[in-house]
Design a protein around this ligand. Sequence first.
Ligand SMILES: [Zn+2]
Length: 365
Amino acid sequence: MKKALFILILIFLIATITGCNGNNTGSIEEVLIEEDEEESGIKELNDEEIENAEKEEIDLYDIKPNENGQIMIIMYHGISKEESEWVRTIDNFKKDLKSLYDNGYRLLNLSDYVNNNISTEAGFTPVVLTFDDGLQNQFNYVDENGVKVIDPDCAVGILEEFCKNHPDFGKGASFFVYYPVPFRQSDFIYDKFKFLIENGYEIGNHGYNHENLGKISIDKVQESLAKNAQKTYDILSGYTVQTLALPYGAAPKGNNYKYVIKGEYNGFSYNNKAVLKVGSNPAFAPNHIKFDSERLPRVRGSEILVNGTGMYDYIEYFKKNPEKRYISDGNKDTVTIPESELPNFNMDSIGEKNLITYLPDKSAD
Ligand SMILES: [Zn+2]
């Protein structure tokens, strides 16, 4: 009994130590073997190392990072004058950005989220914004005395203005477009795409013509997704579309689901690193055992309660349940989690990063 307890403590201790040392942890088993080899040499810390360790501890207990917590991927469609299930008003969208900012959320691009490339400032929570359908009110050019300018009331115009005034909010959003005319102004497709990728945004796949992928043949699914990706690739000379928002949230059933991830049509192949659904809750952190980049849920950018799946529901939820929320440690090369998250942590997913664990309630001793 005592021995079992000792081993358990050892596992936790080793996970912590290897994290701090910069060794790759891999699995618990590997870690134990590594530790056996090192067992003889107990290293004494010098003054500087002790000071650094103490400094880190203080920061940890102050910031309480939890990089195994949940992340909201927010779903928008139209940004227009009248609020509805699929439309956010201009004022409400501005309010959403301010609310996210004020509540400690910072913008992260979808690809950085799925690639676990998260350098959000320490103590803050990444949030991913997504816009479906490539509507004109998401990105609209207007004529101002003969000069083409971004409509300040379209989604991109509002985002640009907000991010300019709040530079620490970060930059980013994904636009899931379909053809033949993304953003509905045929003369400006290239200009808009170019602006997006040069200004920190991403372009994703939403089918060639918004087909319901659950109701067409596997050949047609591949045709729809490959033609979309190829068209964007051609327009932006080489831009590789790697993310998909399922039109209507629909996909082929069972084993055929794989065709939304990989497929080919007419010699052009696609490989989606992220597949987004329509509803209805925050997503898991990239190192969480339940993280599934092929089936990512989204929270609605809305206050109209559709089964409580709006972003304000979750802003409140995370206030009441702060331990569920992703809190960054500010370093994309380390993953810092409270020890209580170890059972939910996927050791195989950590790659080159270092795992750091801590006991958040230690300061209460
Ligand atoms: Zn759509």
